[in-house]
Design a protein around this ligand. Sequence first.
Ligand SMILES: [Zn+2]
Length: 355
Amino acid sequence: MFGERLLRARSSNGLSMKDLANQVGLSANMIKKYEHGDSLPSSDILLKLAKALNLRVEYFFRPVKISLGQIEYRKKANASQKQLQCIKNDVLDQVERWFDLSNQWPVFPVPNFSLPTCVPNLIQSLDEIEQLADNLRQEWQLGFDHITDLIDLLESRGILVVVSNAVADGSVDGLQMHANHKPILVVSGHVSGDRQRFTLAHELAHLLIHGHLAENIDEEKACHRFASAFLLPAIALHQRLGNRRHNIELQELYLLKHEFGISMSACAYRAKELGIINESLHKRIMIKFSKNKWRQQEPGEAYPQEKTTFFRQLVFRALAEEIVSDSKAAELLGISLIELRQVRKLELLNAAFNQ
Ligand SMILES: [Zn+2]
């Protein structure tokens, strides 16, 4: 168990055996022995390892009992096996923390994910996808405005979201898997907030509609349609832009982006798919985007990355209800006991929480 956890922590920190060995003053061979379970470190080496890997010592002793399923969907196919393994390590860490927390409660206040009742058995057109996005907003009582914290929303519905920093080169945008029957969406921590949100909404769509589509409907297209409709409902876009436009100011797209957390080019595409602007105007806008290299990076301020507080909120709730001890809470939050005590008294507000 120790070896497996050491290997995982080392690889998610992007360190080779030699790197880690140098940091703690050992040989790479010794690290290898630990990882293969041929040897166990003394307690002072254990402390050094934890420090080098930015972990609390308890990390090494949490029982491994989570089984990760296959990666089910993946937006880009050019990630290496090694990169995927790093992501899996991130996922395992966060999933374990999540299960660890839920096991402390007599009745965990977050329900297991269940398919929303608004998902039809058979979806036969993209219009029905559009309808599904509206119905889901209704079923989850979201109204038709901006969704503030998409990650927290998904987690409160029993879907675990992992923001992984393991892959920095943009080769993995998002993916989906299951662990112990819990659906998990993974999103990159290296992309802007609007891209994270679109990826999450797209992956959510896979979770909802896979197996419910008529044969003639392309699942990728359907997931894209769902993502844009869920993030920017037709009713809201019609309110902002009107029903039919012969021209549109770029500033309108910029304002929409920052109101709804969806990219300017996705807003323009959405205006086209809802018939607010015609094909040729959409094309002209996109040519302007290409010329200015805005497809790679949109102009102006980036939409801020998704923040998540739900897990932390649950830990403090458990602490207040005496469901967990302060040392357990500190472990779950990935901070020291001293930091936790300061955080509880609001003397420290920005501890380096691990999620
Ligand atoms: Zn997809």
